[in-house]
Design a protein around this ligand. Structure first.
Ligand code: SAH
Ligand code: SF4
Length: 364
C-alpha cells in the first residue's frame, strides 16, 4: 500500500497544490491549513466545513502526525515540560514557559530541532547524549501543536493565542538542520495559520558560521542568539567544540556581517561556569571582544547536569560578573531561572531512557 502523505509541515501553497492534485478546489487547502495550524486538529473527520467525501478521501490518502505526548511535568513556577514521541519512537522534549508569574495566558515555547546534538558542548546534557537525527519541519512545528493543545486543554483556554513567542533553544543545533528549521519558521510565521510574528522568534546557535551567513541573507526579522560562553579560543575550544572549526575571529566576523545585513542586534549568550569562565579576567576579555559590536549579552547561570563536572557559580560571583559588564556600559541581562525543579531549564534536556548521561531526576 502506498504510504499516506504527511500534511503537517506543508506550507499554504503546498496544501493548495495538494488539493488540486486530488481534484479539489484550492480553497480547500486553505481550510485544511487553518484546521491544522490554528485549531491544532489532526483528525479529518473533525474538519466540519469540509464535505464528507473529502474528509473520507483525505483520511484514505493523508495523515497529520503530531508528536505523541508521553509525559508532562509542571514546575511550581508554571513552566511545563513535555516529553514527546515521534513516529519512529524517538523522543524529544519541549518546554513552555509562562511570560509572567501573575498571568498564565502568554507563553514562550522552547523548541528542539534535533534528537540529541552533534556539537557536543562539554557542559550540555543534550550534547552529552549524542546525536541521533535531524527533525523534519513537520516535527518541529508539531511540537508547538501538541504542547499547545495540551496546554489549552489544561487551562481551558483558546489554543490560538497561548504561545506568543518561540525560542529555538531546546535540543539540537538549529543551524545544523538549516532547511527544516527555516521551513518551520515560515510555517510559524504564516498569518493564515499560527501567525507568530518574526520578531517573536529567536534562534540560538553554538556558532555555526555557514548557517549564520545563510540566515543573514534570508531577510528575516527574527532574533539571532549566539552561544559564546568563552572570550578566547583556548577556552572556547574546550567548551564548544565547534570553535575548532570556526574560531572566534571567524565567528565574530559572521556576527558583524549578520548585523550589518539585517540591522538587528545579535544576542550573545554566556553560560556562567564556576571557576571556568567566570573570573574578572574573562569578564574583561568578553567586554573587549564584543563591545565594538554593541551586542546584547544574556548571562545564564549554569544548570548543573548529573554526571558532568561543571558547577554553577555562587550568587555573589554571578552578580559580580554581571556588574563588571554593566559598569562597562554593556547591554546585559541575567537570565531568570525557570523550570529548574523539573529539569526543564536550558541545557537540561536530554532524550532520557535512551542515554546514560542525563540531567538530575527524570521526567516521569
Ligand atoms: N544548540 C543551540 C541551542 C540550544 S541550547 C545553542 O547551543 O545555542 C540553548 C542555550 O542553553 C545555549 O546557549 C546553551 O549553551 C545553553 N546551555 C546548554 N546547557 C546548559 C546548562 N546546563 N545550563 C545552562 N545553559 C545551558
Ligand atoms: Fe548542542 Fe547547543 Fe547543547 Fe552545544 S549547547 S551540545 S550546540 S544543544
Amino acid at each position: 500500500m502506498e504510504a499516506k502523505k504527511e500534511l503537517l509541515g506543508l506550507q499554504m501553497e503546498e496544501m493548495e497544490e495538494l488539493m488540486q492534485s486530488l481534484g479539489e478546489p484550492s480553497f480547500r487547502g486553505r481550510q485544511v491549513y487553518k484546521w491544522i495550524y490554528q485549531k491544532g486538529i489532526n483528525s479529518f473527520y473533525e474538519m466540519s466545513d469540509l464535505p464528507k467525501h473529502l474528509r473520507t478521501k483525505l483520511d484514505e490518502h493523508c495523515v497529520i502526525s503530531m508528536p505523541r505526548l508521553l509525559k508532562q511535568r509542571v514546575s511550581h513556577d508554571g513552566t511545563r515540560k513535555y516529553l514527546l514521541e515521534l513516529k519512529d519512537k524517538k523522543r524529544i522534549e519541549s518546554v513552555i514557559i509562562p511570560q509572567s508569574y501573575e498571568k498564565e495566558d502568554k507563553y514562550t515555547l522552547c523548541l528542539s530541532t534535533q534528537v540529541g546534538c552533534p556539537v557536543g558542548c562539554a557542559f550540555c546534557a543534550t550534547g552529552k547524549s549524542g546525536f541521533q537525527r535531524n527533525l523534519e519541519a513537520y516535527e518541529i512545528v508539531g511540537q508547538l501543536l501538541s504542547s499547545r493543545r495540551e496546554l489549552s486543554r489544561k487551562l481551558r483556554s483558546n489554543a490560538e493565542s497561548l504561545i506568543t513567542s518561540v525560542v529555538y533553544m531546546g535540543m539540537g543545533e538549529p543551524l545544523l538542520n538549516y532547511d527544516a528549521t527555516l521551513k518551520s519558521i515560515h510555517i510559524l510565521n504564516e498569518h493564515r495559520g499560527i501567525n507568530l510574528g518574526q520578531r517573536h522568534i529567536t534562534i540560538s546557535t553554538a556558532g555555526e558560521v555557514n548557517g549564520i551567513k545563510r540566515l543573514a541573507r534570508e531577510n528575516m526579522q527574527i532574533t539571532l542568539a549566539v552561544s559564546l560562553h568563552a572570550p578566547n579560543d583556548v577556552l572556547r575550544n574546550k567548551l564548544v567544540p565547534l570553535n575548532r572549526k570556526y574560531n572566534l575571529a571567524v565567528l565574530m566576523d559572521a556576527i558583524e556581517e549578520y548585523m550589518s545585513i539585517n540591522n538587528r542586534r545579535v544576542t550573545i549568550e554566556y553560560v556562567l561556569l564556576d571557576q571556568i569562565n567566570n573570573s574578572e579576567k574573562e569578564a574583561r576579555e568578553l567586554i573587549s571582544l564584543i563591545k565594538p559590536l554593541n551586542c546584547h549579552v544574556n548571562l545564564i547561570p549554569y544548570n548543573e547536569v548529573k554526571g558532568l563536572p561543571f558547577k554553577r557559580p555562587s550568587r555573589l560571583s554571578i552578580q559580580s560578573f554581571y556588574r563588571i559588564l554593566l559598569e562597562a556600559g554593556m547591554p546585559v541581562t541575567l537570565r531568570e531561572e525557570r523550570g529548574k525543579d523539573i529539569e526543564a531549564a536550558c541545557g537540561q534536556l536530554a532524550a532520557r531512557k535512551e542515554h546514560k548521561i542525563t540531567s538530575a531526576g527524570n521526567s516521569s
